[in-house]
Design a protein around this ligand. Structure first.
Ligand SMILES: Cc1cc2nc3c(=O)[nH]c(=O)nc-3n(C[C@H](O)[C@H](O)[C@H](O)COP(=O)(O)O)c2cc1C
Length: 204
């Protein structure tokens, strides 16, 4: 689905048109090397089965907690210096502006380095068929040479969107490995999917 298309469908759905498709430690890992789970998530009003729901904890944060509970990894929540609104429409509009401007929204809590990690899980919602631009702010800041990156998303219908290609471009030197995409509405019941993905990828 094209970015513009999703936007119209999502906006249509919220004005009443039904939508049809739609641990924080760091010991060595099974596959060798340390793992970082870096994620961005926005609580507040969001898309939910064709309507909207107010989420106290964002879907990606829920998924990140599930992954973090099953994997020995360091967990880093990426915070925007200028926090995103809890209002859905405002966030859609801000994101369109940021995508059109190829913006790099500032991060309030940047990690000094990712040098100690061999594997990095990059988790985010899908916004307009890609990761929010703040994920590119994060990825462009580091040298990923020799590191393996797994894209992880929560979404309404776009799956991983363009994240594998986007991370291939912005994570200098990284090998992009198998990702995990979970519908936002299913993030709270994704344990089996997470376990299966962790096994398939050799992360556990
Ligand atoms: C600004 C914005 C744009 C979105 N664009 C898409 C999209 O293009 N495709 C899609 O499947 N879901 C899209 N969604 C839905 C979110 O990806 C989904 O609700 C996700 O689980 C939200 O995660 P979070 O609660 O961690 O922010 C969008 C949501 C927002 C707020």
């Amino acid at each position: 689905m094209q970015r513009r298309t999703f936007l119209s469908v999502a906006l249509a759905s919220v004005v009443g048109v039904p939508l049809s498709a739609c641990g924080n430690s760091s010991p060595p890992q099974a596959g060798g090397g340390r793992i970082l789970l870096a994620y961005f998530s926005r609580p507040g009003e969001n898309y939910w089965n064709g309507g909207r729901r107010d989420l106290e904890v964002g879907n990606t944060e829920v998924l990140a907690r599930t992954i973090g509970a099953r994997l020995d990894c360091d967990v880093h929540r990426i915070e925007a210096a200028d926090p995103y609104s809890a209002d859905y429409d405002e966030t859609v509009e801000r994101n369109v502006r940021e995508q059109e401007a190829d913006a790099r929204p500032a991060i309030a809590n940047p990690l000094a380095s990712i040098d100690g990690y061999d594997t990095i899980l990059l988790a985010s919602p899908i916004w307009n068929v890609r990761a929010p631009m703040i994920m590119t702010t994060f990825t462009e800041n580091y040298d990923f040479s020799g590191k393996t990156v797994h894209p992880v998303t929560t979404h309404a219908m776009s799956g991983l969107g363009t994240t594998p290609d986007d991370y291939a471009e912005s994570c200098r030197g990284a090998r992009i490995a198998t990702g995990l995409a979970v519908r936002g509405e299913e993030a709270r019941s994704a344990r089996a999917d997470v376990d299966s993905w962790l096994r398939r990828t050799g992360l556990t």
